[in-house]
Ligand binder design. Structure first.
Ligand code: 4NP
Length: 168
């Protein structure tokens, strides 16, 4: 099983929609027996909360129901997950710091990546912009970014882990 964790700051806007769009794509390709995912936040502010109602509305407009309850990134996550996908550079730095504590060693970037690096329309920005203090359009933009990034990221996983090989 390949395990992917999506991480943002609060785990109520970007990472839950990244998780849901990616899960949907994985299921549509019948890869759910090979890939599983979850999401978490670097901060503790919203632990236990459902995603923000604005991102739930965007999800629903696109046929997805978000039911994730926010949780904080934990030390175990560095041992459970193969890929930890940061929504922005600040999350990336925070994840590295937690990884340093969790692994009791120098921070390793292995497995920690900026999700937007997979976005074919990333332009100059590797960040999925934080929409929390923005308008509804910012939430729709987050959806489009994570959908595009997820599609390329899944192709990357399929290729890297040879997931299209016929089963014996
Ligand atoms: P997220 O968005 O990191 O995409 O879940 C945010 C959620 C909450 C806050 C900031 C960003 N906050 O400041 O409470």
């Amino acid at each position: 099983m390949i395990r992917v964790l999506f991480v943002c700051l609060g785990n109520i806007c970007r990472s839950p929609i990244a998780e849901a769009t990616f899960n949907h794509l994985v299921k549509s390709k019948n890869l759910d027996k090979h890939i599983e995912c979850d999401s978490a936040g670097t901060a503790a502010y919203h632990i236990g909360s459902l995603p923000d109602k604005r991102i739930r509305k965007v999800a629903q407009d696109n046929g997805l129901i978000l039911t994730h309850k926010a949780r904080q990134l934990a030390h175990d996550d560095f041992f459970k997950f193969d890929y930890i996908m940061a929504m922005d550079q600040s999350n990336f730095e925070n994840i590295r710091k937690v990884s340093l504590l969790a692994r009791d060693q120098e921070p390793s970037d292995i497995g920690i990546q900026l999700y937007r690096a997979f976005d074919p329309e990333k332009g100059n920005s590797l960040n999925v912009p934080d929409p929390y203090y923005e308008d509804f359009a910012a939430f729709q933009n987050v959806y489009e970014i994570v959908r595009r990034s997820g599609s390329v990221f899944l192709d990357f996983l399929i290729e890297k882990h040879n997931l299209n090989a016929p089963e014996i």
